[in-house]
Design a protein around this ligand. Structure first.
Ligand code: 13P
Ligand code: SF4
Length: 311
């Protein structure tokens, strides 16, 4: 139950949003209160598409830095705000732009596909971007004989190599939230819940993806639980997505795979930096604002638009 103070803050957020002609976009890993306030909740692709299509003058992005950057790149003339500028991403951080430039030089003649979880500087060095919901389609859009670098997620890259039969060269990056999910724990949960289906985000390790009944983006996972007849799901991803799953299917049971023995959840520490209070101050002061140079916007925009035209 939300307390009176928080209800007041939420009312003021909604009022300011209308007065300032702002739109609030939120990722599925945000806390439930933020998901409820948002105009749109979705996965990386849905958020990018919504950011591209919005008429609002201000975009308040409740997610992590690379997502807000993407919104800015698609809307250079708009104000893009993020409640906490420190909301980064371990996967994006695992691919520093200078080291990635050297990696590309070591592999001449390769087309570069980058997963959207990377910095604008890495996007600017890429030929095309993908998200977890369109990655297979993007890889298959390139001729079979094309030499490809895939960055930064080696788990998603390995999974795509298996699906498509390609031998993409993989950057050695991972997400600290998904890569930590232990196979032994997943197997134990499957044994204890033989009636449950295992669903996993492709940032999980390959063995887990092989065990999974369904692999997909956060939107894909949510839709699978809505459409599938099963009554119980073991969910290998970040905890936040369970909120929409329970809302859509209150009669079904969702068991998150915990990150370790000390906790029963698997929270992304960066996503969880955003709070209702920070969202309130962000709209009030119109800060922190995401800033990018026009040159970076131009260079990083090309591979993102190429992805969107294929999605
Ligand atoms: P989705 O695009 O599937 O929502 O994934 C984003 C993300 O950061 C997963 O860790
Ligand atoms: Fe990045 Fe992982 Fe958090 Fe997603 S869950 S935002 S990939 S650190």
């Amino acid at each position: 139950m939300k307390n009176k103070e928080q209800n007041k803050i939420i009312r003021e957020i909604l009022q300011m949003k209308n007065e300032k002609n702002a739109v609030i976009l939120a990722h599925f890993y945000q806390i439930p209160e933020i998901q409820d306030i948002a105009d749109y909740v979705g996965d990386s692709l849905g958020l990018a598409q919504n950011a591209r299509n919005t008429d609002a003058e201000i975009i308040v992005f409740c997610g992590v830095h690379f997502m807000a950057e993407t919104a800015k790149i698609l809307n250079p003339g708009k104000k893009v705000l993020i409640p906490d500028l420190m909301a980064g991403c371990s996967l994006a951080d695992s691919c520093p732009a200078d080291q990635f430039a050297a990696f590309i030089r070591q592999h001449p003649g390769h087309t570069v596909i980058s997963y959207i979880n990377c910095s604008a500087a890495v996007k600017a060095m890429s030929d095309i971007i993908c998200t977890s919901s369109n990655a297979e389609k993007i890889v298959r859009s390139l001729p079979a004989e094309e030499k490809i670098i895939f960055a930064p997620d080696k788990n998603l890259g390995g999974y795509l190599n298996g699906l498509t039969g390609r031998e993409m060269v993989l950057w050695n990056g991972t997400c600290e939230v998904h890569d930590i999910i232990q196979t032994e724990q997943v197997i134990k949960m499957k044994e204890e819940n033989p009636d449950a289906l295992l669903i996993a985000h492709p940032e999980c390790q390959g063995v887990i993806l092989e065990l999974a009944d369904y692999v997909g983006s956060t939107t894909g996972l949510l839709n699978f639980t809505i459409k599938n007849q099963a009554k119980k799901f073991i969910v290998a991803t970040e905890t936040g997505v369970i909120y929409q799953m329970k809302k859509s299917s209150p009669e079904k049971e969702f068991l998150i795979v915990p990150r370790d023995k000390t906790c029963s959840c698997n929270d992304c520490p960066y996503m969880k930096l955003n709070t209702v209070e920070k969202l309130y101050f962000c709209l009030l002061h119109e800060k922190p604002e995401l800033q990018l140079s026009p040159d970076l916007i131009e260079k990083a925009g090309r591979p993102i638009r190429r992805m969107l035209s294929l999605s």
